[in-house]
Design a protein around this ligand. Sequence first.
Ligand code: SF4
Ligand code: SF4
Length: 154
Amino acid sequence: MNVGKDIFRLLRRLRSSSPAGFIRYLWLKLQGKAIMVTGSCHGCGSCCSAICLEGDKGWLRSEKSLQRIIEKYPEYGRFIVIGRDTQGFLLFRCTWCTAEGTCSSYEERLPLCRRYPESSLVFAGGRLLTGCGYRFAEVVPFEKVLRRELKKTK
Ligand code: SF4
Ligand code: SF4
């Protein structure tokens, strides 16, 4: 076990979590569980019209932090601020999203679009949008179950 690495991971998680999300993270860790993303996208386009963005220092709260990201990654210029969520994080709409809710350049979508929804959303206090085809499930990771069963056979 690498204690230094674990503490670093914990601090990183703390920085990007909401208070309730961090408690949930610790609670899951104590139970040996993790969040698993299940389901699939049915292309409703809701997440492209109201999305929170994460920077190096966590979820964005100020337009200045978006500007800093755009300076480094101009492709983020496609997002415009449309308001805030209930936790004060900025909400963005992607200008590449068509009136039908589809991506106007699907092959060139950002890595974050390909990875959505990530389990870190849960710890940030976020939630899936109404009608989204994905679900977050609390599970014991397969590797953990496998390790436990292998130990029994020794
Ligand atoms: S909200 Fe969910 S179902 Fe709708 S486009 Fe986004 S990922 Fe797909
Ligand atoms: S680039 Fe495409 S998939 Fe990504 S947020 Fe914009 S419209 Fe959605």
